[in-house]
Design a protein around this ligand. Structure first.
Ligand code: NAP
Ligand code: MG
Length: 401
């Protein structure tokens, strides 16, 4: 059987622990035997990041900018404990955070749906995709405990003046304050990335905030979304995409009655909360994919979960593991399908879709890893090992080729 030829390279970012083991199996069993692709390989394993003083992370992000499509394995974000465990020079910053800031990108999370796992919300029959703004607000806030009566003010000192002041509160007793900010450029990039994703996936776009109460801060977001969607009206109309602004509480209630098939753009805190609500509502972390989209349409695909550390320690002890590889497989297929689309090579896109079908066929036949057993109806009698599941997908894929 001739391999499917891929025109332009795909950037591959390797990672850590259990997902690194899974990643290699996917490449060996599901990709290499069927696909002739030039993979620009970057090892983002924590030891290699340490060895290169983290230059490898920046280089991998530049490669994604150059080639347009990357696939990434989950990586360790080191803390003090990891510095000791892996004998690192220091606690290097999050690779995802760095890649996100170089690509100026937005992360979209999307659940993988199968027929024999019923979402907690009955009406959800199609994926709900969440776009979370990943800068500022609560996450860059400054906070202060007020323990004596006194005035707290916001002081703005523009270069060249004049100074202006706003009374936050005149405290008569103890209390607490917080100051948050955001940036025009970051909000605009977020709005553009959401439009790009909505067009690419042909999904209606929602953005929600609370501008009835926050008439300046939240309204600022709303206005930028309105301006960006207006500026790209033709592109949205051509793709048949509707944009809706909704109040956050209205959107939260509405989403429970929808079938799904929506891109829901949210500010940082709302996105943090609702991405976990939606992930839990659909079933399992092992079934949640994630893609970073830059405003100019570069894509990096990955699983939404981490390196599954506990399973890795079991694996090192020589114990059998049953780790769900679905989201990691879909990181590969997301990249392959997008590569085919950008290159104008439908056979490549079709191959990506075939791997996805092989995965879904296996799960729907009750061939699953341990985490899915309690979610599947009817409940399977046994579960697969980590490798056993990937082997089952490979066998099904051969049938589909
Ligand atoms: P995790 O990898 O998300 O796993 C947490 C727990 O969730 C696992 O112990 C497991 O539960 C369950 N789980 C997650 N993914 C699963 C899968 N594919 N199959 C089966 N069960 C799964 O988080 P962690 O173990 O706390 O974090 C490990 C490392 O990941 C950290 O160093 C963190 O920095 C990193 N991380 C990376 C990314 C990324 O690169 N995108 C994202 C998040 C975290 P049971 O133990 O109950 O089976
Ligand atoms: Mg969260």
């Amino acid at each position: 059987m001739a391999k499917v030829q891929v025109k332009t390279p795909i950037v591959e970012l390797d990672g850590d622990e259990m997902t690194r083991i899974i990643w290699a199996m996917i490449k060996e069993k599901l990709i290499r035997p069927f696909l002739d692709v030039n993979l620009k390989y970057y090892d983002l394993g924590v030891q290699k990041r340490d060895e290169t003083d983290d230059r490898i992370t920046t280089e991998s992000a530049r490669a994604i900018q150059q080639y347009g499509v990357g696939v990434k394995c989950a990586t360790i974000t080191p803390d003090a404990e990891r510095v000791v465990e892996y004998k690192l020079k220091k606690a290097w910053p999050s690779p995802n955070g760095q890649i996100r800031s170089i690509l100026d990108g937005t992360v979209f999370r999307k659940p993988i749906l199968v027929k024999n796992i019923t979402p907690a919300v009955r009406s959800w029959t199609k994926p709900i995709i969440l776009g979370r703004h990943a800068y500022g607000d609560l996450y860059r806030g400054v906070e202060l405990v007020v323990d004596k009566p006194g005035k707290v003010e916001i002081v703005y000192n523009p270069t060249g003046g004049p100074e202006s002041r706003l009374l936050l509160h005149d405290f008569k007793g103890p209390g607490v304050v917080m100051g948050i900010h955001n940036l025009e450029k970051s909000i605009r990039s977020f709005a553009r990335a959401c439009i790009t994703y909505a067009v690419s996936e042909k999904l209606p776009l929602w953005f929600s905030a609370k501008d009835t109460i926050s008439k300046t801060y939240h309204a600022y977001f709303k206005n930028i979304f309105a301006a960006e969607t207006a500026a790209q009206k033709a592109r949205l109309e051509q793709a048949g995409i509707q944009y809706r602004y909704m109040l956050i509480d209205d959107a939260a209630a509405q989403i429970m009655k929808q079938a799904g098939g929506i891109l829901w753009a949210l500010s940082n805190y709302d996105g943090d909360v609702f991405s976990d609500v939606v992930a839990a509502g659909f079933g399992s972390l092992g079934m949640m994919t994630s893609v970073l989209v830059s405003p100019d349409g570069q894509y990096e695909f990955e699983a939404a979960h981490g390196t599954v550390r506990r399973h890795y320690y079991e694996h090192l002890k020589g114990h059998p593991t049953s780790t769900n590889s679905v989201a990691s497989i879909f990181a590969w297929t997301g990249g392959i399908k997008k590569r085919g689309e950008l290159d104008g090579t439908p056979e490549v896109t079709r191959f990506g879709a075939k791997i996805e079908k092989a995965v879904i066929d296996c799960i729907e036949a009750g061939v699953v890893t341990k985490d899915l057993v309690p979610l599947i109806e009817p409940r399977p009698a046994a579960h697969q090992s980590t490798e056993g599941f990937i082997d089952a997908v490979a066998a099904r894929l051969k049938d589909l080729m």
